[in-house]
Design a protein around this ligand. Structure first.
Ligand SMILES: [Zn+2]
Length: 272
């Protein structure tokens, strides 16, 4: 995987016969009291060197576009204006900066139902963000999110309840825990594998070193821990890369065993 271009809102990589583009939707600041130790309790004292900004954790919000030049898939869509946070909702700027025409996007794969992943299907003016959208893949248990503002897209929802090929090089793999329908996407190129793993980790400065640390919004914390442990073990194998919605933008890295946990090695300098 090789960085080919980057800017304020995107970084593009050559990945064998595929092009992988990280798209920065923005960031969100959240209190460290949302972290949970292995017993499900908040920390009295934060472990390790967890950087804070104004007392908060700063989480990047990323989406990922992968293409072979003919077929493409966009994984997650950012927050649009759902949280009324001016620090998020920049996906369209990122797509423009990367030279990707959103009017040509036909397939969107959603990792889970939370608003910072699914809301970007609808533009702030209420119109559909992707005019030629044909399919929205999402874990079956998270598919009920397609009501209200997202209701018009319901006829294009493809619910995923077991491993499913969504094109020649992308497989949807259920990884429940963070939400019941949390789904990761396994991208195969001629030179390696990339796992776009949604919200498996929220705080990269802590949860690789200590994978047992959970997040209050992990709907089922024990199950999220189990899923994270299994995916980290997989990613520590040769040829694997990870792309994370809340890893520091652009959020593409390698994972290696380190001590009782893992170390993260980003493939490109931080953006945003
Ligand atoms: Zn998220």
């Amino acid at each position: 995987m090789r960085l080919t271009s980057s800017g304020r809102h995107h970084a593009a990589f050559e990945f064998g016969d595929l092009r992988v583009v990280s798209l920065r939707d923005g960031y969100i600041d959240m209190p460290p009291t949302l972290l949970r130790d292995e017993h499900g309790c908040a920390f009295d004292v934060l472990p390790g060197a967890v950087p804070l900004v104004g007392g908060n954790l700063r989480l990047s919000v990323n989406a990922f576009f992968i293409t072979d030049g003919t077929r493409s898939v966009l994984v997650d869509t950012g927050a649009s204006d759902a949280w009324h946070e001016p620090t998020m909702g920049l996906l369209h700027d990122a797509l423009d900066e990367a030279g990707i025409d959103r009017a040509q996007i036909t397939d969107v794969a959603i990792t889970h139902r939370h608003l910072d992943h699914v809301s970007g299907l609808i533009a702030p003016d209420g119109s559909e963000a992707f005019a030629k959208l044909e399919r929205v893949w999402i874990g079956a248990a998270d598919a009920p999110v397609f009501t209200g503002r997202l209701e018009p897209l319901r006829d294009r929802v493809v619910p995923v309840s077991e491993k499913a090929a969504i094109n020649d090089w992308t497989t949807a793999v259920p990884a429940p825990g963070h939400t019941p329908g949390h789904t990761v996407y396994d991208i195969r190129s001629g030179t390696g594998r990339l796992l776009v793993w949604g919200d498996t980790v929220h705080v990269p400065t802590l949860q690789f070193d200590r994978p047992n640390v959970a997040w209050e919004y992990d709907g089922d914390q024990p199950r999220a821990r189990t899923a994270r442990a299994a995916l980290l073990e997989q990613l520590a194998q040769p040829q694997w890369f990870v792309a994370g919605a809340h890893l520091d933008s652009p959020g593409i890295a390698r994972v290696a065993p380190a001590g009782d946990g893992y170390a993260l090695e980003y493939l490109a300098p931080r953006i945003g």
